[in-house]
Write a protein that binds this ligand. Structure first.
Ligand SMILES: [Zn+2]
Ligand SMILES: [Zn+2]
Length: 495
């Protein structure tokens, strides 16, 4: 994710294209059988020939995703088409953006191919009405150079939803939201038909711990948190996702009460933004890795319309909520419904897990390559109550370039979005599904083995030390408020 953000240098984004849905009337695909939904949730601009193909159509990837490790070739029947609309060069990440603004620095001229690759969307956005279920899938994109850039970045990967950091996620203070960036964000959401109130889900700062007991630190956390909520309201965003916090050395119920008190205070200081608690992978001092934690926070909120939950699939799985088989998925969602309540579910983070079930480790994997596997995501994509919610990928996109340097390959998200959309209404018992499931499993085999090994080793170590001490009841003392909980050190969404 953006390693630097909050720089409001306000690029004049010279977006000129409209999003075109490249559609195909092809039939007979085993898996990607999408039908027009009765309800039109998001209308994406379509070219006129597409109108006659509103039923039984499928959006297709438009570009260079062939090279991706995770390209779901068999499943989504993705074609490489160079038909995407022309777009003027725009900033993609902090580095490029910084260069773009430094007019005094002579820049290396980009080749024609580089310019084209930059200008062309990696995938066209799927028209929601063509999906059997109205699933709004996107990714956590960069807002470097100004929050308005996130709209282009979401468009670039074919997302129908997106997440973004509203300011630097690792700094306590950031420059205020620039009026120009705010206006451009709103204008671009309107132009490209992103409903900021429904399908944009900013992610909170990693520094903020609303369970903080120290008054000074608690005030600092609250100020930073409130500032983000105010930015949401300025931008017309109604959902704000954040990590509940860590109890540190303090009793859990007290920490939960402090989180709720901070939220109540923040709700009173703002108008309508819904504070969305993300479920966590970690155990120990981390709050939010059980449905009960989330329920207990919500119970203390004065205005229940201002609080919700975001389920992160990787975190759920790591915390011991299985999603792999249809039965396990049902059980997990039934328990969520009875303990927390479905009306509180406001968003999802879609990530596979590099670490095994109930390992309490927060390690995001690409879809289908982790311990969750493609079957879990088939369950997710076909669960009707998830319709209309923002679904955000936080999967890794860093790759080694030919020069050995790490580069971001946003085509991974473009491909994963299409892969997930292709699962809607697909037959999980078909040969094509099983083939794709296996292909992705093979891609992740080495990493799963690595992390399984780590978890096994840790378990053995714990067991050995318990036997040595012969005092199995005694728990390791917490390190303190800002202690490196397993979650904090690995970091959801920190990519
Ligand atoms: Zn997450
Ligand atoms: Zn997160």
């Amino acid at each position: 994710m953006p390693r630097r953000s909050g720089r409001n240098t306000d690029t004049q984004v010279t977006e000129t294209n409209s999003t075109e849905a490249v559609v195909s009337p092809k039939k007979g695909r085993v898996l990607v059988k999408v039908e027009a939904a009765a309800e039109v949730v998001t209308k994406v601009e379509e070219p006129s020939p597409a109108k006659s193909l509103r039923k039984k159509v499928k959006a297709e990837i438009a570009s260079e995703s062939e090279s991706l490790d995770t390209a779901p070739k068999a499943l989504a029947d993705i074609k490489t088409k160079q038909k995407a609309p022309k777009r003027k060069a725009k900033t993609e990440d902090g580095d490029e953006d910084e260069d773009a603004h430094d007019k005094k620095t002579p820049k290396k001229r980009k080749t024609k191919g580089e310019k084209e690759a930059e200008a062309m969307p990696l995938a066209v956005r799927t028209v929601i009405a063509t999906l059997k279920h109205a699933m709004h899938i996107g990714a956590h994109v960069s807002g470097a150079g100004g929050v308005h850039n996130s709209v282009n970045n979401a468009l670039h990967v074919g997302g129908n939803a997106f997440a973004v950091f509203l300011k630097s996620q690792r700094k306590w203070s950031s420059p205020p939201l620039a009026a120009e960036a705010r206006d451009q964000f709103k204008a671009m959401c309107l132009e490209h038909k992103y409903d900021a109130a429904k399908h944009v889900l900013p992610h909170g700062s990693y520094l903020v711990n609303l369970a903080q007991a120290d008054p000074e630190k608690a005030e600092q956390a609250y100020t930073c948190f409130l500032d983000d909520l105010q930015r949401c309201e300025e931008l017309g965003i109604k959902l704000y996702n954040f990590h509940p916090g860590s109890a540190g050395a303090h009793p859990r119920p007290e920490a939960i009460a402090r989180i709720a008190a901070q939220l109540n205070k923040a709700h009173k200081a703002t108008k309508n933004v819904v504070t969305v608690l993300e479920n966590m992978a970690g155990s120990g001092n981390v709050i939010g890795s059980t449905w009960e934690d989330l329920r207990d926070i919500i119970a203390l909120i004065d205005d229940k319309s201002r609080v919700g939950v975001c389920i992160d699939t990787c975190h759920s799985f790591a915390a011991g909520y299985d999603l792999r088989s249809p039965e396990a998925f049902k059980q997990t969602m039934d328990s969520f419904a009875s303990i927390v309540g479905m009306p509180y579910l406001k968003a999802l983070h879609l990530n596979d897990s590099k670490a095994p079930f109930a390992s309490n480790r927060d390690l995001h994997a690409n879809i289908g390559t982790g311990f969750l596997g493609l079957r879990a995501f088939h369950n997710v994509m076909n669960f009707a109550p998830f319709q209309h919610l923002p679904m955000v990928l936080e999967t890794p996109i860093d790759k080694k370039g030919p020069d050995g340097k790490t580069v971001e390959d946003k085509g991974v998200w473009a491909t994963e979005i299409k892969l997930l959309e292709g699962l809607i209404g697909a037959d999980a018992e078909s040969e094509a599904f099983k083939k794709e499931e296996q292909r992705l499993l093979d891609l992740g085999a080495e990493e799963r083995k690595k992390f399984q090994g780590q978890v096994d080793k840790k378990k053995q170590k714990t067991l050995d030390s318990m036997l040595k001490k012969a005092s199995p009841k005694k728990k390791k003392a917490p390190k303190g408020e800002d202690a490196e909980d397993s979650d904090a050190s690995e970091g959801c969404c920190s990519h």
